[in-house]
Design a protein around this ligand. Structure first.
Ligand code: GTP
Length: 595
């Protein structure tokens, strides 16, 4: 095993992870440069003409080092966003080392720090790499100092490279060999393999990417997935170069894929341990977690007859995205739709975007919300993911909300505004650390405030310089109330919110006034009210439309009339008839714009 190196690349978005990975793959002969262009770069194009779908940048590479020996380098991809931190931790735990890629013209960012801490906690060796040294604005010395001060690792022998020009890429590969230890493991013990990733392939079913820790894995093995209890017969094993390549076996220390006729992704969960039925491992590998969605929203088709199509689309998306949850939901206002659960806001955006683009769905989405834990007077504890399901206050002992720990890194000139923002968002400061020109702030904050619009505000308060990472800490009781919106006296369930009592009145007023600007005039007066329980805190009036739009065209030329009608129709696209009032998509998300 001493010729094997398993490693990942940790980097903040845009610091050059994909470019460096592509370079390394290119240098180690995994693909010709023509294939590089067509194959590696984008993994979202899931369909490949032949064989198994591959995931970009997870590759078993061969490399003849300067010491004259041939090495097998397994590059394991890690997702680059805070929503996927569990996947990152599983990928890292399959490695002995990680390259920490930092843009030499930018410096350390929150995501890098968080992932580095995860790596260090897992005992993974971190090798700092300064990328983009070709840029005139690169300041490698300053960034080295920053890595040492902010992350607390020795960066004096950081490797310099430019993934763009290729300069220094060989040094990076040599550093992987020299500074990352080979895997340890028992090649003859009972099989223990960690699931790093799994995805669905239309031809062969579920493909599982594993790191074999102990033992050996071969076709015809009867495997057991320890967390789910699923049993399957192995059909194929192999590696990605990144092209898929069948092999006779995968041994301890190796990274490769298993195909075992598995039909459902939920059988092969990331972080689970694969063993064999005949010679079962005594205990699974540590660290497995069921991932729980953190952010929920209602998705409703604009045209109610597209409900079944939406169900099909969600079902298809879930085939390849086991962290997406959905269940049917009925809203008085919006009709039939689905309550969907996401890992975070980015995940939610991706799903919405795919539904709209790939499945041609037109959706009305409700404002994202978090899960609340309710301690009821009768002693039971329940969780709700939809504010409209909050029982009457008389049944509730306590409402608890999810609290996250946020790490924010920014240049020190923005500390003031960022602290003010965190305080407004009900944050409690845990720590503040100065490291060179950077400041690291740690805050405990309600996840709900993050979901609202924290990220945008953070960016605007720091001219884009602050970066954020967060993780779930606990549920904490809060003074929370339900804020309802009534339209012409009727409560609109899809507009209900759970907010802190202190800001409820203000938010109610702001929301009602925003609704007034967003809901188009109708043929009659429309009253918008905000209420906490039976206490109406705001009322706005939308005056009836004065003239019939079409009246203008009577006698006019027909094409103008048609144009007007078409324009109206296009404008109507994202509207939902609630009672007899048409409400546009923006109104359902209006709360996100309330300060
Ligand atoms: P995500 O895929 O969004 O996570 O970003 P990433 O970290 O993978 O960064 P990516 O490789 O996509 O690079 C981001 C941008 O930086 C691209 O426009 C690259 O062309 C550019 N880039 C990457 N490496 C270098 C480099 O060494 N020098 C210069 N000048 N640009 C680079």
């Amino acid at each position: 095993m001493d010729h094997i190196r398993n490693f990942s690349i940790i980097a903040h978005i845009d610091h050059g992870k994909s470019t460096l990975a592509d370079r390394i793959i290119e240098r180690t002969g995994g693909l010709s440069s023509r294939e590089m262009e067509s194959q590696v770069l984008d993994s979202m194009d899931l369909e490949r003409e032949r064989g198994i779908t591959i995931k970009a940048q997870t590759a078993a590479l061969s490399y003849k080092a300067r010491d004259g020996r041939e090495y097998r380098l397994n590059l394991i991809d890690t997702p680059g966003h805070v929503d996927f931190s569990y996947e990152v931790s599983r990928s890292l735990s399959a490695c002995e080392g990680a390259l920490l890629v930092v843009d030499a013209s930018q410096g350390v960012e929150a995501q890098t720090v968080a992932n580095c801490y995860t790596a260090t906690e897992l005992g993974v060796d971190v090798v700092p790499v300064l990328n983009k040294i070709d840029l005139p604005s690169a300041q490698p010395d300053r960034v080295i100092q920053e890595i040492e001060e902010v992350i607390g690792i020795d960066a004096t022998d950081a490797v310099f490279c430019s993934a763009k020009t290729g300069e220094g890429v060989d040094d990076v590969i040599e550093a992987v060999i020299a500074r990352i230890p080979p895997p340890k493991g028992d090649p003859t013990g009972p099989l223990k393999a960690l699931i790093i990733d799994s995805w669905f392939d239309n031809y062969v079913g579920v493909v599982i990417l594993v790191r074999v820790v102990d033992g050996e894995l071969k076709p015809k093995d009867n495997i057991l997935l320890m967390a789910t209890g699923a049993k399957h017969l192995v059909e194929q094993v192999g590696v990605f170069t990144p092209k898929s390549l069948q092999r006779d076996s995968l041994g301890a220390g190796e990274v490769g894929f298993i195909i075992a006729g598995i039909k459902e992704l939920k059988d092969a969960k990331v972080g689970d341990t694969v063993t064999t039925v005949e010679r079962m491992a005594a205990a699974p590998l540590p660290g497995f977690k069921e991932i729980q969605p953190q952010v929920f929203a209602g998705l409703y088709p604009v045209e109610s007859n597209r409900y079944e199509a939406l169900r099909d689309a969600l079902q298809k998306l879930q085939l390849n995205d086991s962290s997406l949850r959905y269940e049917p939901e009925t809203s008085q206002a919006l009709g039939f739709g689905f309550r969907c659960g996401f890992l975070g806001l980015l995940h939610m955006d991706i799903v919405q975007e795919r539904l709209e683009r790939e499945y041609d769905m037109e959706l009305i989405t409700t404002a994202p919300t978090v899960v609340y834990q309710l301690a009821l007077r009768d002693g039971t504890v329940i969780e709700i993911d939809n504010p409209s399901k909050l029982p009457d206050a008389s049944f509730i002992e306590e409402i608890r909300e999810p609290i996250i720990r946020a790490t924010i890194i920014m240049p020190n000139e923005y500390v003031g505004p960022v602290i003010t923002l965190c305080e407004i968002k009900r944050g409690t400061q845990v720590n503040m650390q100065y490291a060179g020109r950077q400041v690291i702030l740690t805050y405990d904050m309600p996840l709900n405030e993050i979901v609202m619009d924290f990220f945008d505000k953070l960016k605007s308060n720091s001219r884009g310089y602050a970066s954020l990472d967060y993780e779930f800490r606990k549920f904490r009781a809060g003074d929370l109330v339900k804020l309802d919106i009534l339209i012409n006296g009727d409560k609109v369930d899809a507009l209900s919110l759970i907010v802190h009592r202190e800001t409820a009145r203000y938010r109610g007023r702001e929301l009602a006034s925003r609704m007034r600007t967003l809901i188009p005039r109708q043929m009659f007066d429309v009253a918008v009210q905000a209420a906490i329980g039976s206490d109406v805190v705001a009322r706005e009036n939308i005056k009836a439309m004065r003239k019939n739009v079409l009246a203008k065209c009577y006698g006019g030329d027909i094409s103008r009339k048609r144009k007007l009608l078409e324009k109206q129709k296009a404008g109507k696209k994202r509207m939902k008839q609630v009672g007899n009032v048409e409400i546009p998509q923006e109104a359902f998300l209006a709360i996100l714009q309330v300060e």
